[in-house]
Structures are given as C-alpha cells and as structure tokens.
Design a protein around this ligand. Structure first.
Ligand SMILES: Nc1nc2c(ncn2[C@@H]2O[C@H](COP(=O)(O)OP(=O)(O)OP(=O)(O)O)[C@@H](O)[C@H]2O)c(=O)[nH]1
Ligand SMILES: [Mg+2]
Length: 323
C-alpha cells in the first residue's frame, strides 16, 4: 500500500469550507501589486525599432519628438535606453519597461556587436540573483529581466545576413526572441510570404530557438495557439508615429504617393497580430519562460561556479596545513 493516496481520490466535504475563494484572494493580491513586463528591441540601424515601440504602446514612449518630416534630423538611438511606464487597463496595472538599443551593422567591423546587448540582459539576471540571495531579501523583487526581445529583420526579400544569424543565436541563449520583418510595406504580399517562409527555414537550419517553446504541460488549445504563432512568425510589421485620415477616421499609418498603409489593418500588415501576441495571448507565457528557462539556466550556472570556486578555496586553505 502506498502512503500517499491517488490524486483523484478526495475526501467529500460535509459543508462549504470556502477555500475555493483562494483564486479570488490571489487575484486581488496580484492586482494590488501589478505586473511587470520588459521588452527589448534589437536589429540593424534604421529598421524602425524606436518607431515600432512608439506604435505598439500608442503614446510616444521612447522619444516624444519623433521624426515626422523627411528634413528633420535623423534620430538615431546611440545607447541602450530603458524607459519605464505604468499603464492601467480595467484596474490591471502593468509596469512596462521598454529597452531601446542602438542599431548595429553600420561599423566596418561588426564582430561582437551583440556583446553590450547580451551583457545588458545578463546584468539584469545577475541583479535579480543578487537580490534573491541577500539575507534580508525584499518580499517582492523588482524584476528588470527582459521577457521579450523583438528582433528586427531587414526586408530585403533575400534572407538573413550572417550577422543576423550570429546575433539571433547569441540572444536566443539568454532571452525569448521574437523575430519581426521590419518596414514590411516595402514588400509585395507574395514577396512577404516567400520571405517569411525562407526565414523560418533559415532559423530552423541554424538551430535558432525561437519563442514559443514546446512544453508537455500545455493543453491542446495552447499547443494549437503556439503552432499558429510559429506559422505566423516572423511578424511582418509596419510602424508609424503619425496619424492619417482614412474614411474620416484618424488611424496610425504611413501615407505615400500611392495611398495609405494603415498599421492596424490586418490586410496591410501583421502589426495587430504582434500586439495581440504580446499583450493578449502570450504576456504571461513570456514572463514565465524567462523565469523558468532563461533565468534558471543563468542562476544554476552562477551557483555552480560559486560552489566550485569556494570548494577550491577550501582545498587551497587545507593544503598547507597537511604539510
Ligand atoms: N517605410 C517604412 N518606414 C519606417 C517604418 N518604421 C520606421 N520607418 C522610418 O525609418 C526611419 C528610422 O526609424 P527609427 O525608428 O529611428 O529606426 P531605428 O531602428 O530605431 O534606428 P536606430 O536607432 O538607428 O537603430 C524613420 O524615418 C522612420 O520614419 C516602416 O514600417 N516602414
Ligand atoms: Mg532607434
């Protein structure tokens, strides 16, 4: 006989106890504390990273000035730049950290151009670990770990450049990478579909691990949703900081000589799919995967290294005594 009874067996209750309210109790606690979501954008220079962030979170979060006319000075991002914002929707508070990074790829030598970005991500893990390990640790540790890294691909129609493959590989070891095709208004629909397929094949060929990951715990529905996302990735997006008028309505879009690209129109680009993915369907999964996979890998590596170095130190201290 086993001491632990089968999980399906349960003791019937004579009367209502009330512990089913635990879900409500957890909810109210979580609502009070709010949620934290940290996103980073990475990619070659000039692909519209800062613009897309401003498009995603409607208000001008990165640079309130933006660049509306062609004769304005180009606003190039020159340093890793985190911006914090608290947004509230139906009583749910989301603390949003957006980390803009300078575009790479315009140096003569682009070797190791990913180093500062990977270092930034690891620094956040290390800061979290340090806070976790202090004797008087805070009850609630402020989380600056990057939950999602939007990786911008140049809309060449050809494929990934070797440097993109190298950067994506480095990043996917430490963070959830979500690739997007930048400025997809420059591709025709056929080109776009072909390009997307080609990139998916290249990512697979190069063993680049892209979010969402497989997990035995997922229900059938979640698995189906993830398969759909895998077939959509990389999201072909268009960003814009200005609004244009379409059918009498103000929309976020880009107006050119031939017409208007409406950023929010699903037949124009996949911006809405990306936004839904980030906020409606995979927000929690991105946060959880960061903690359970990326941070966990970092943490166990650090703790093992710490253990090894302290046992070496002990050995070194004991050795002179033996002689
Ligand atoms: N056609 C087109 N142009 C875009 C799009 N998104 C941004 N742009 C334009 O591209 C230029 C560069 O945009 P930024 O957002 O500054 O690019 P970035 O990737 O942040 O550049 P760095 O900071 O230098 O890395 C601006 O003139 C934008 O208006 C887009 O989806 N389509
Ligand atoms: Mg920028």
């Amino acid at each position: 006989m086993t001491a632990v009874s089968n999980a399906q067996d349960h003791t019937p209750l004579q009367s209502y106890v009330g512990f089913d309210s635990i879900t409500k109790q957890i909810e109210s606690k979580l609502l009070k504390r709010g949620f934290q979501f940290n996103v980073m954008v990475v990619g070659q220079t000039g692909l519209g990273k800062s613009t897309l962030i401003n498009t995603l979170f409607a208000a001008h979060l990165i640079d309130t000035k933006g660049r509306f006319a062609a004769d304005e000075v180009v606003r190039q991002t020159t340093e890793i730049h985190p911006v914090s914002h608290v947004i509230v929707e139906n009583g749910v508070k989301l603390r949003l950290n957006i980390v803009d990074t300078p575009g790479y790829g315009d140096q003569v030598n682009n070797e190791n151009c990913w180093d500062p970005i990977v270092k930034y991500i690891k620094d956040q893990h290390s800061a979290y670990l340090r806070k976790e390990l202090t004797a008087m640790r805070d009850r609630y540790i402020v989380d600056t770990r990057i939950h999602c890294c939007l990786f911008f691909i140049n809309p060449t129609g050809h494929g990934l450049r070797p440097i993109d493959v190298a950067v994506m590989k480095k990043l996917s070891d430490v963070v959830n990478v979500v690739p997007v095709i930048a400025k997809s208004d420059s591709l025709t629909m056929d080109e776009r579909d072909l390009f997307k397929e080609r990139i998916r094949a290249e990512m697979q060929y190069n063993n680049i691990r892209i979010f969402p990951f497989d997990n035995d715990e997922y229900e059938v529905e979640e698995q189906e949703l993830n398969d759909r996302i895998r077939n959509l990735i990389p999201f072909a997006v268009v960003g814009s900081e200005s609004t244009v008028v379409v059918d009498g309505k103000q929309v976020r879009g880009r107006k050119n000589r031939y017409g208007v690209v409406n950023v929010e129109n699903e037949s124009h680009c996949e911006f809405v799919h990306l936004r839904n993915f980030l906020t409606r369907t995979h927000l929690q999964d991105l946060i959880e995967t960061t903690a359970q996979i990326h941070y966990e890998a970092f943490r166990s590596k650090q703790l093992l290294a710490l253990k090894e170095s302290s046992s070496k130190q002990q050995q070194a201290q004991q050795q002179p005594a033996q002689h």
